[in-house]
Write a protein that binds this ligand. Structure first.
Ligand code: NAP
Length: 252
């Protein structure tokens, strides 16, 4: 089977990094399921992919909800094709210093990043093992190394790395690879939200971040999409269980 007949699923793909990954995988030849909480919000990305000659499907689903995930994956298999590429990208932040962090903020972040990646991967892996081919790409972060105000997010993103390595070990014999991408500062609504929270303009926030990054700029969704494209490619079958920091340098 060639890439042109394979189906990829990208979660949290209505905007930001997920939208960039969806566009790139479509350009690579995959049929792409664009999942986000709000199905209507996925439509512009799907239309863009269609206009560029690709094939995509908008799917509304909450990755942290078991029934929602099951229904979404069954619909994708029926309407687009049985998925053999999964990019677990959906994410949220609920930043706070530890002494102020509520159990609700802790749980919300764990539920989307960890429970969401678990539920999605469990729902899709059967199609991959049956096909004898699969590619799982999970979004970690440089925050996995520790980041002030992000005890919940850092723990989730470090957890994603252990999850990824375990998937690589369990699924390797079925032709399935699992890798993680750990982005540094990427220009999206998530980083814009952080700028708003700490009360500075986004341009100023980006400039301050760029001053600390060896390549002297902040990242864009396309930078992450390029790494995802590599991990999803036919030729990357001997690369598994890896964490690739895409951060413009060795640390964010
Ligand atoms: P973003 O712009 O906030 O986009 C995230 C998307 O995920 C949103 O469309 C959001 O939908 C969706 N989402 C949230 N909860 C969901 C759920 N339960 N089910 C389905 N979709 C859900 O974020 P981003 O910056 O592109 O980040 C994408 C991934 O990269 C995340 O995992 C993030 O942690 C990671 N990352 C980002 C950066 C960065 O600098 N931006 C750095 C390192 C890692 P709503 O809009 O409806 O909430």
């Amino acid at each position: 089977m060639s890439t042109t007949t394979r189906t990829a699923v990208v979660t949290g793909a209505a905007r930001g990094i997920g939208a960039g990954v969806a566009r790139r995988l479509a350009a690579d030849g995959f049929a792409v399921a664009v999942i986000d909480l709000d199905e209507a919000a996925c439509k512009p990305v799907v239309q863009e992919i269609g206009a560029a000659g690709g094939r995509a499907l908008a799917v509304g689903a909450d990755v942290s909800d078991e029934q929602s995930v099951q229904a979404a994956v069954e619909r994708i298999a029926a309407e687009l094709g049985e998925p053999t590429v999964l990019v677990n990208n959906a994410g949220i932040i609920r930043d706070n210093l530890l002494f102020r962090m509520t159990p609700g903020e802790w749980d919300a972040v764990m539920n989307v990043h960890l429970r969401g990646s678990f539920l999605m991967t469990r729902a899709v892996q059967g199609y991959m093992t049956t096909a004898g081919w699969g590619r799982i790409v999970n979004l970690s972060s440089t925050s996995a190394l520790g980041n002030r105000g992000q005890a919940n997010y850092a723990a989730a993103k470090a957890g994603i790395q252990g999850f990824t390595k375990t998937l690589a070990i369990e699924l390797g014999k079925f032709g399935v690879t699992a890798n993680a991408i750990a982005p540094g500062f990427i220009e999206t609504e998530m980083t814009a939200e952080t700028a708003r929270r700490i009360g500075i303009g986004f341009e100023e926030f980006k400039a301050a971040a760029a001053a600390e990054i060896p390549v002297a700029r902040t990242g864009k969704p396309a930078d992450i999409a390029h790494a995802a494209s590599f991990f999803a490619s036919e030729g990357a079958g001997f690369v598994s269980g890896q964490v690739l920091y895409v951060a413009g340098g060795p640390k964010s």
